[in-house]
Design a binder for this molecule. Structure first.
Ligand code: FAQ
Length: 322
């Protein structure tokens, strides 16, 4: 239904004031007025991010029982737990925009929601635990350090805390890689094989190229995103190539070369057909991940019921006491 002319004028004034606040670098808080489209874009992006953290627990969770030492097992358990916490902060942040977490979880469980493409690839060897920490958390940090300056306050604050933990994850991953790189020929080969598999999917985490990214223009205008997908991908490559060289690894890209004039490591063409297939649900592990997530949700039903019963009991006793 079309709005009456006066309502349209009011809305334009509100949008202008909102955009002036963004331009002045102010942070938008839950109770502030915001365009419906800004709210929707944030719910889309934040819920996908929360889902990625939770689904991201699965590929690594598979290796907890097979970690090669108690020390490695402890840090892997801690990392997987951290990812659950990240999901929790971001779901809470998304709820400040007026959506219900259960609705978002349903969208994840029935396959309507997206989550990061990277988690639809298998984890085939112990070296994957190192390479995921190094490359996947490394890519997440590059993306999220910028998101810590996003215009929506609750999301920005969640990112500050999350980035601190992601840094620890990246370091523990790189340490596993450095250890394997200094190990036996078989360990070095296992590591190189994992890098060969994970490198390109890690580059895809930054999303489609700028010419093919329908949401970027609006998100950049409202400073939800502060850099484009390609700018962040380039930053990640520039930071990561020297780390690979430092531990004697080869990256699986014959076109990789340093360009003196730009100071960038130029890289080859990403297989976008593969990327779009994975985000459409046709990646190597999409079905497996969704089935495992649904199973975990069903297995946790008793915990949710017990927590709800406990909360109701607390509520009753505080009402009686009052
Ligand atoms: N995977 O127009 P754009 C982590 C979708 S957390 C799947 O460029 P946008 C920590 C996109 O949603 C990793 N889908 O979109 C960890 C859109 O579809 P829609 C998650 C993707 O929003 C480590 C369509 O393609 N991080 O790793 C992907 O401007 C280890 C068109 O794309 C975040 O979510 C993709 N890679 O930019 C956990 C960070 N890329 O919604 C456990 C927050 C794009 O219109 C273990 N998100 N799509 O149907 C962002 O920064 C942005 O949303 C982008 C995409 C950069 C992901």
């Amino acid at each position: 239904m079309e709005q009456p002319i006066t309502a349209q004028a009011d809305e334009s004034a509100l949008v202008a004031a909102f955009e002036a606040r963004i331009a002045a670098g102010e942070s938008i808080e839950p109770k502030d007025w915001m365009p419906e489209r800004y709210r929707k874009q944030l719910v889309r992006m934040m819920s996908q991010h929360a889902h990625s953290e939770v689904v991201g627990m699965l590929p690594e969770g598979n290796w907890i029982t097979r970690a090669p030492s108690l020390r490695r097992k402890m840090s892997l358990i801690a990392k997987v737990q951290d990812e659950a916490g990240h999901g929790l902060y971001i779901y809470c942040g998304t709820e400040t925009l007026g959506v219900d977490r259960h609705e978002l979880l349903e969208q994840l469980l029935d396959g309507r929601a997206k989550y990061s493409s990277i988690f639809n690839y298998p984890t085939l060897s112990w070296a994957d635990m190192g390479v995921i920490g190094w490359l996947v958390d490394g890519a997440a940090i590059v993306n999220q350090t910028i998101l810590a300056k996003t215009s929506y306050g609750p999301y920005a604050r969640a990112m500050v805390r999350i980035c601190k933990e992601e840094n620890f994850h990246k370091r523990q991953g790189y340490e596993i890689c450095a250890t394997l790189a200094n190990g036996t020929p078989a360990q070095r080969a296992m590591l190189q094989e994992a890098v060969d598999r994970i490198w390109w999917p890690a580059l895809m985490m930054f999303g489609p190229s700028d010419t093919d990214s329908p949401n970027s223009a609006e998100l950049l205008k409202w400073r939800v995103k502060r850099k484009t997908n390609d700018e962040l991908r380039q930053r990640f490559v520039n930071l990561t190539v020297p780390q690979a060289i430092a531990i004697g690894l080869t990256l699986p890209d014959p076109d990789l070369r340093f360009d003196e004039s730009t100071g960038n490591w130029e890289f080859g063409e990403i297989d976008w057909t593969e990327f779009f297939q994975v985000i459409k649900g046709e990646g190597p592990c999409n079905r497996e991940r969704l089935a495992a997530r649904n199973q975990a949700h069903a297995d946790g039903a008793w915990v949710r019921e017990a927590a709800a019963a406990h909360a109701a009991k607390q509520q009753r006793s505080s009402t009686q006491a009052a």
